[in-house]
Design a protein around this ligand. Structure first.
Ligand code: SF4
Length: 382
């Protein structure tokens, strides 16, 4: 697995070390005081997987795309503090600072801050641009890449989104993956799907594509991603060998244990979970569909939910009339997102009050331009 280098944090005028020893009550007070002073110029975004202490200070809560779109539509905001992970802040930068938005603001950029530069995504880190480019060249030796459509999950670096923009490809989310695959098959013969093999596989299986038609590309294999030329030629979807370290922890035995212990329980999982779990769950869907499914169910419904721990705990708290369990006996939380705590949030906000932007995420112009092509294709898919 390639682990992206941890980007150095900006030193800032006020050092982070001053904030680490402070207690949550003081940090919360200082964050709120900072928010008050900065008013609508500051927008704090909290991803669904974020810990409650941080979510309490967020102006908006949602998944990565919802948050980026909402932030981009704000006319007063000068700074976005993205309490999520690195690829999310990149997407917010691309959407909030796209040419028409810059023109509306007379060229003024919105600064995008990631409170902790080490908040990466293990899945996004499993596909590096040079590996994807190498795979593309190798695939070109045995199939026509003009008829191969690259699709990247939004959980990927901007360089991969730009690759898709350059090669007639597109971005997808867990909500629109099926519609995006249909879009891709209207334009090509095959799809190259990265970095999450599970989302790609679970989505394609529902479209009657078989596992035999979905070879897995291992970027560390000697040749052709570990596949024969025939397997690639017979493929419909070439899946990248990547996964989410959180969602891959859910296992079929967890489903069996809950069904035995609590008769009538419904199993609800995210499509980043492996096929063996998706196949036997009662429902599989994106974060927004998980939230909607629980909210719209009658009181007394029993759930075991297979997605990130902080989100499941929040669903439990916000739906007390239902019985909500976490599907795994093991703690499955997004450890990188968890790095963003109140100390980091207070640190970036108080630096802003001093006129200093720390930990800014800025995607270079060319990458942003090409990524936007792939993102806009996705936004047009119905
Ligand atoms: S939950 Fe998984 S895919 Fe989502 S940000 Fe964390 S590591 Fe990445």
């Amino acid at each position: 697995m390639t682990i992206a280098p941890i980007l150095p944090a900006s030193p800032g005028k006020l050092p982070l070390s001053d904030y680490k020893p402070l207690g949550n009550a003081e940090l919360s007070e200082r964050i709120e005081a900072g928010r008050k002073k900065l008013g609508k110029r500051l927008l704090i975004l909290g991803h669904h997987y974020q810990q409650d202490e941080v979510i309490e200070h967020a102006d908006l809560r949602g998944d990565s795309l919802q948050l980026s779109q909402l932030a981009a539509s704000s006319s007063e905001c000068r700074t976005i503090v993205f309490c999520g992970v690195h690829f999310m802040a990149e997407t917010a930068d691309i959407l909030a600072n796209r040419p028409e938005k810059l023109a509306e603001r007379n060229g003024r950029r919105v600064d995008v801050i990631l409170p902790d530069m080490a908040a990466g995504c293990s899945m996004a880190d499993m596909a590096a641009i040079r590996q994807v480019e190498d795979a593309w060249d190798q695939l070109g030796e045995v199939i026509d890449t003009e008829r191969l459509i690259p699709v990247t999950y939004i959980n990927s670096a901007a360089s991969l989104k730009a690759f898709c923009g350059r090669h007639g490809g597109i971005v997808c989310t867990s909500s629109n993956a099926a519609a995006v695959l249909r879009w891709a098959f209207e334009r090509g013969e095959r799809v190259f799907f990265f970095p999450d093999q599970h989302l790609g596989r679970n989505t394609a299986l529902k479209m009657d594509i078989t596992n035999e038609q979905m070879p897995v590309w291992d970027p560390y294999a000697e040749d052709m991603g570990g596949n024969s030329a025939q397997a690639i030629q017979a493929s419909k979807v070439v899946l990248w060998k990547g996964h989410c370290s959180v969602h891959q922890m859910f296992r079929p035995e967890h489903v069996a244990q809950f069904r035995q212990k609590i008769p009538g329980i419904k199993i609800l999982v995210h499509p980043e979970c492996p096929q063996e779990v998706n196949d036997i769950a009662d429902y599989s869907g994106s974060t927004s569909s998980i939230l909607k499914t629980v909210e719209q169910s009658p009181a007394g419904t029993k759930w075991a939910i297979g997605t990130e721990l902080h989100l499941v705990n929040r669903i439990k708290k916000e739906n007390p009339e239902q019985e909500v369990h976490f599907l795994s006996p093991v703690v499955c939380m997004c450890a990188t997102m968890y790095r963003i705590d109140l100390a980091h949030l207070a640190w970036v906000i108080e630096n802003l009050l001093e006129g200093v932007v720390v930990n800014e995420i800025m995607v270079d112009e060319e990458t942003a331009k090409q990524s936007l092509i792939a993102l806009e294709r996705m936004l047009e898919v119905k």
